[in-house]
Design a protein around this ligand. Structure first.
Ligand SMILES: Cc1cc2ncn([C@H]3O[C@H](COP(=O)(O)O)[C@@H](O)[C@H]3O)c2cc1C
Ligand SMILES: O=C(O)c1cccnc1
Length: 349
């Protein structure tokens, strides 16, 4: 087995994007009066290669669950057992993403990549937990390749089943630590610049987390030139699979709403693996983690929402999904000046 080979990423259809912008200029409203909604509509048209764009019929959230060895260093506010407990809640339909997806019209799938317990969704499991990244590699060479392949397979599987918009969500105690390390490594940031409060840690845990990130970053920087080696050294099976998923979504011309820190960290690595994949992604929200902002800046992505969400689990992306649906609907449902018999402003035919 070897690492998956990604084909070049096709770019969204610039003609459809230009057509959408042009159409917005003829709709019965002042020019550019819908701000970012207009750009989002044009992005959807460009991704679908058609203007006006089609409404999303099958948005899908895949939650990548995994535990992290670094959690044993006291870097999270919660004990490791809560990963498996929360996974059960999601499968019962009782979690945050279930509630949000119900309103947003999305489907949720939970996949156990590395939970440190037996679960009922471990068909794709790579291992239990990961190495403690401050002192050891997260994964073996075979494991990182397996995890990347799972991500590619999940993207293919969802897209072949009709998914027309994808979200990668995280679930796992400690995941904000490797995520911060990946961001620091790829953006050239000092450890202290990426240490966040994660699940709500106190000052003592913050200091342990800062030390863990500092030590892990030293190991990460040694393999910076190779994105797969970086995932092996500093990520975990969940983040590696997420990376493969985001890269393959771009290869398959499928738009993605990025979520919080873990998904932004995986996106940074995916952009290294398959340059220009970011054209297929929109940043759903600004979260409270400093590394999130750095990752989005590096990818040149501007968040849609700023709700103070700091959760993961696809929550921010699900909150932004209705906005995307609205952006598409404006281009299909709003009349043009000639159609509505409204006098256009000067310069609009
Ligand atoms: C009950 C609960 C629900 C969550 N949903 C998402 N997270 C988020 O917080 C965790 C990452 O933060 P840290 O790196 O500080 O552990 C992940 O589990 C992530 O999914 C949760 C955390 C908890 C405790
Ligand atoms: O930004 C996130 O998605 C996030 C923040 C804190 C903890 N877990 C995830």
């Amino acid at each position: 087995m070897s690492r998956p080979a990604f084909t070049d990423v096709p770019q969204p259809d610039e003609l459809a994007r230009a057509e959408a912008r042009q159409r917005h200029a003829t709709l019965i409203k002042p020019v550019e009066s819908l701000g970012r909604l207009e750009e989002l509509g044009a992005w959807i048209a460009a991704c679908q290669g058609v203007c006006p764009p089609r409404p999303f019929t099958r948005p899908r959230v895949v939650i990548f669950a995994g535990d992290h060895g670094i959690a044993a260093k006291g870097v999270s506010a919660y004990p490791v057992e809560t990963t498996a407990q929360r996974l059960d809640a999601l499968l019962k339909g009782d979690g945050v993403p279930n509630a949000l997806a119900g309103v947003a019209g999305a489907g949720v799938r939970v996949v156990d990549l590395a939970v440190d317990a037996d679960t009922s969704v471990q068909e794709f499991k790579v291992r239990r937990g990961s190495g403690s990244i401050d002192v050891a590699d997260a994964l073996s060479g075979a494991e990182v390749e397996a995890a990347l392949r799972v991500g590619v397979e999940l993207a293919n599987n969802e897209i072949d089943s009709g998914a027309d918009l994808l979200v990668a969500g995280d679930l796992g105690v400690g995941v904000s630590t490797p995520s911060a390390v990946l961001v620091a490594a790829l953006t050239g940031t000092e450890p202290v610049g990426v240490v966040g409060r994660g699940s709500g840690i106190d000052d003592n845990a913050w200091m342990r987390k800062a030390a863990a990130i500092r030590d892990a970053l030293r190991r990460a920087r040694a393999v910076l030139a190779d994105p797969v080696a970086l995932l092996r050294t500093s990520a975990g099976a969940d983040l590696a699979a997420m990376t493969g998923f985001l890269a393959q979504a771009a290869v398959r011309r499928t738009p993605v709403l990025l979520d919080g820190l873990p998904s932004a960290a995986a996106a940074l690595v995916a952009e290294e693996l398959v340059p220009n994949a970011r054209a297929w992604w929109v940043a759903s929200h600004r979260c409270a983690e400093p590394a999130h902002e750095l990752a989005l800046q590096h990818l040149d992505l501007k968040p849609v929402l700023d709700l103070g969400i700091r959760l993961g689990e696809g929550a921010g992306a699900l909150a932004a999904l209705p906005i995307l649906a609205m952006a598409a609907r404006l281009l299909t449902d709003v009349a043009t000046y000639p159609d509505a018999g409204v006098t256009p402003p000067d310069g609009v035919a």
